[in-house]
Design a protein around this ligand. Structure first.
Ligand code: SDX
Length: 428
């Protein structure tokens, strides 16, 4: 196949030939690695048009509203697969056989417990510490327990670290919740499925078990699945950048958790619920949509818009169906928040501003309503997003370390002062 290249002509000077590469799907890329030799950099602060890496894991077509995990559409996985099978697919690169799936589930169940000293660690937090603050600390601290598997050049170490992270995130997230409400920690029950176990650890008490309704378990599993991975989003890119320095996987995932916390990213699900509560009644929708459109007002419609999706977010569509199912099972069809959310979605999707800027509901718009209906407090929402996304983070980290990589070190457009003399203090 002929080698393609792009020609860059700067101020009419002799042109610069830049090689181009094509992937399986999506945009071609121009390799700008040699531009520094020509004393020029590219400039793309939000990475809107910059591919920072090559990856086989997930593909998004923002114009068509397509999301593929290792080639399988998210809608198909949500309907036919489950979270742990999707974890296997993301990390290993292929769907497991029945035996492989059983072995993987057994391995994950084997690692659900955390070291007892994690309980002392959590007890050091204020009673009302935000779960994401606690999760950042707990996951970072995991590297102090597993000295047997911190050699990142060893695939077995990378795999056991991935298994430990996938297995222990629900346990730690539930512990953060129990700390927040002042209840005893509930140990994992390995006779339960992944999502069942999480709801058990969240809502059981030593005095009585929490009977998990199958439809609610399915909804919880689907929420983890829909959050599993999403290409080079802000938190995944953070994990890759941290990993490029050779940091251990637990430190890298802790960095990803910190990046996810922001309301523009994973913190949006919590912000959606707070926004819906603030809107309160559908008669207030026009006022809030007007605020969202006002350039002088920092308010944005939380749960709307996306850097990549300029069409519907396929996860939001699945999430809305799941929301309907859960509310029906719980007899909450007339849940005021869900009704308000559907009214808000309808109003925004008919508004010229949102239409012209291609702003659609994203994964966070409906997830919070399901989580609230499941009885999960709003401060836990982003921690649940982090739990589901851990497999995506660790899969991208593993993919990077497995292939050739260099430490990430972006350049800049310097706009500060040129060289100047140091004035003595009496002359300042
Ligand atoms: C996630 O990257 C991922 O894949 C993330 C994620 C994942 O799975 O990892 O999908 C998860 O983070 C989903 C997004 C959750 N965040 C929110 O719901 C917060 C609200 N949304 C916005 O903050 C915003 O839409 C972002 C952050 C999601 C995207 O921001 P961009 O790509 O930088 O878009 P932008 O700010 O350049 O917006 C383009 C225009 C702007 O207007 P102009 O300056 O062109 O006049 O659209 C406007 C924005 O003001 N706009 C909004 C809006 N989102 C964008 N206006 C009102 N309400 C909004 N929600």
């Amino acid at each position: 196949m002929t080698k393609r290249s792009a020609t860059l002509i700067i101020d009419g000077q002799p042109h610069i030939e830049l090689p181009m590469h094509s992937g399986t799907l999506g945009h071609d890329v121009i390799d700008i690695g040699s531009l520094g030799d020509h004393n020029v950099f590219t400039y793309d602060p939000g990475f809107s048009a910059t591919a920072a890496c090559q990856s086989d894991i997930t593909y998004i077509d923002g114009e068509k509203g397509v999301l593929l995990h290792r080639g399988y559409p998210i809608e198909v996985l949500a309907e036919k697969s489950d979270y742990l099978e999707t974890c296997y697919l993301l990390f290993e690169g292929y769907l497991p056989t029945a035996d492989q799936k059983a072995d993987f589930e057994k391995t994950i169940r084997y690692h659900t417990m955390v070291n007892r000293s994690m309980e002392q660690f959590i007890s050091g937090f204020r009673y009302d510490a935000h779960p994401m603050a606690m999760l950042c600390g707990l996951v970072g601290a995991m590297s102090s327990f597993y000295h047997d598997s911190l050699d990142i050049t060893n695939q077995q170490h990378r795999t056991i670290s991935a298994h430990r992270l996938i297995a222990k995130m629900p346990t730690m997230a539930a512990m953060c919740h129990k700390h927040f409400i002042g209840q005893p920690y509930i140990y994992p029950d390995n006779s339960l499925s992944y999502a069942e176990n999480f709801l058990h650890m969240m809502f059981s008490t030593p005095c009585e078990d929490y009977p998990v309704h199958p439809a609610l378990t399915r909804a919880m599993d689907r929420i983890f699945l829909l959050h599993a991975d999403h290409e080079q989003n802000a938190s995944t890119s953070t994990v890759r950048l941290a990993g490029s320095s050779g940091a251990n996987p637990f430190a890298c995932i802790a960095a990803g958790i910190a990046a996810l916390w922001g309301p523009a990213h994973g913190g949006a699900n919590e912000a959606v619920l707070n926004m819906l509560s603030e809107i309160g009644d559908e008669k207030n929708i026009p006022k809030f949509v007007l605020k969202a459109k006002d350039k002088n007002d920092p308010f944005r419609l939380m749960g709307f818009g996306h850097r990549v999706y300029k069409n519907h977010d396929p996860r939001a569509t699945v999430m809305r169906e799941s929301c309907n199912e859960v509310l029906t099972v719980l007899g909450l069809e007339n849940d005021p928040l869900f009704k308000l959310a559907k009214k808000l979605e309808q109003f925004a999707l008919e508004d010229d501003y949102f239409i012209s800027k291609k702003l659609y509901p994203n994964v966070d718009f409906y997830s919070g309503i399901i989580l609230k209906a499941l009885g999960i407090p709003v401060e836990m929402f982003t921690g649940i997003f982090a739990t589901g996304r851990t497999v995506g983070w660790v899969s991208h980290w593993n993919e990077m370390i497995t292939n050739a990589y260099r430490i990430g070190r972006p350049r800049q457009l310097y706009t500060g002062p040129a060289l100047r003399d140091f004035p003595p203090i009496e002359e300042r």
